[in-house]
Design a protein around this ligand. Sequence first.
Ligand SMILES: [Zn+2]
Length: 164
Amino acid sequence: MPTQLIKLEDFKDLKPIECPTRGMINFPCVICKECDIGAVMLTFSEGVLIETTVNSVLIHLSLDIKDNQAFEKQALKALKANISKIVPYVQKGDWEEGDLTIMITDEKKDDETMIKHINNFLVEFQIEWRKLAIEANRMVRDWSERIAKQISLKYFKELSDQRR
Ligand SMILES: [Zn+2]
């Protein structure tokens, strides 16, 4: 099990360079991807794809999506939307469905504590995700069984009695 997916050195070269295409100070070129300075460097290891540009980095953590693909993707999407409201590093959108993406810009490149926290979250979430997905699947199954019973009792009582 890897304990370090990202480290401070991964971000040391980030600079507060203005994106010439978007024209705003510190616009993240890893989002722009169109401008002359926005060349993207890719590295991949341990299920983590890192896209690096002059002023910003995206870290994509790929997650194990299984039993109920469409549902698990939807559950992940909802979870990311809520985490991103509290933790702005976490990106709401999907780059590829079934991943979790973190953005780090040059302003945060020296924040060792925050980088450590992000790393710990990524390491643990990669493992915890399966458990969370199983829990979400189970919650929907329990809910659907309960509602099915309520509906059959309310409208089709004689059928429910027969099944006993
Ligand atoms: Zn740019």
